[in-house]
Design a protein around this ligand. Sequence first.
Ligand code: ATP
Ligand code: MG
Length: 414
Amino acid sequence: MAIQLVKGTKDLYGSEVLQWQALEQKIRQLCAVFGIGEMRTPMFEFTELFARGVGETTDIVQKEMYTFTDDGNRSLTLRPEGTAGTVRAYIEHGMHNQPQPTKLYYISPTFRCENTQAGRQRQFHQFGVEMFGSYSAAQDAEAISIASTLLEQLGVKNVELRINSLGCTECRNKYNQKLKEFIASHLDKLCDTCKERYLKNPLRVLDCKEKSCQSVIAQAPSVLDCLDEECTTHFQKVQSILKEMEIAFTVDPKIVRGLDYYTRTVFEFVSNGLTVCGGGRYDNLVEECGGKPTGAVGFGMGIERLIMILDQQQQMENDTLIYIGSMGEKGFLKAQTLTLQLRKQGIHAECDTVERSVKAQMKYANKINAKYSVVIGDAEIEQNEIELKHMQEGTKENIALSDFIKIMEQKGHF
Ligand code: ATP
Ligand code: MG
């Protein structure tokens, strides 16, 4: 039997690889105008770097890392995220001696042993940016503006930016304590993992995807109430710069991100329920990894998820919204004119131009994946009433023929 590729990995070739190359080129051009230099770190590092950097109690370190021992009995791990390696390199090459901030980016394969599903692979790729040497809110806003500009330039619609602040170490500790007490009083409703992990790392419970935990989390105290004056001012400044930059966002006090190193600002870009980009400030990480205290902020964007969103969007734009079927001469003429009217409004409509039977027309509508269909004949024109059918759901509604264009415009531009 032929050997197949490993579950959760993918070969890229043909038109797909061309799409990747085009995207990578866009990213590189964008980084050039933002003054960000490329950093290429090795695919594996000492396991300790991730344990220390990402955090011992995170899902990534506890169950998602590809760790192995080499012939010198050293424990090594395939990169499960890009920040820790970049921090190591920043320290190792004394980059703090360069004019600050130091701005670095990477586009690199990333490995996590997760259950595979849509948007979740075991080898995936991240476009990441890490910026060192500033504690200012302006650096947070710059990081967010890079991701936002890329999504805008790619024409990604339906993407929402959510931001939050976890505060400094003191605020975080204060919140952790408050959260622990809250969770302890709702323990019976939590999943088994959360029942245990809340003691060591209560923030992780906020990140839990289990439904039962989600309903408890909804009532949890807000981290924003635990921020001290400096952290509150910092977060407000991030918000005012974003407003000035005309970058839309919502504040979501439940965002904590899956990694332990974040302080103050955290953010994510979400599209159709999937996080395409996540990031934040990590002011303690450089010091924890052996460097001097250094303010830093960054993000990671999943390339596969980005491409998935772009593909779905393309698919939706190409899909036929409505097939206008017809019966008899009058209906046939009406269908031609209504179709043109909708197309002029930027809506993809199709009608019969082959003079097929009604049955064959509907078969065709199915084949081209039309979302809606109608059939217009003498009776429909006379009574000014047509039956609008939702092809996938099989539901029907009666509407006035004279309202047809207006209704389809609403459905087409929802
Ligand atoms: P999620 O909540 O979806 O598990 P995460 O919090 O683990 O995401 P990060 O560690 O912040 O994500 O990684 C940054 C980005 O990398 C994510 O927003 C996502 O786009 C992408 N990503 C993370 N894990 C995977 C994966 N297993 N497969 C594909 N892309 C991924
Ligand atoms: Mg994850």
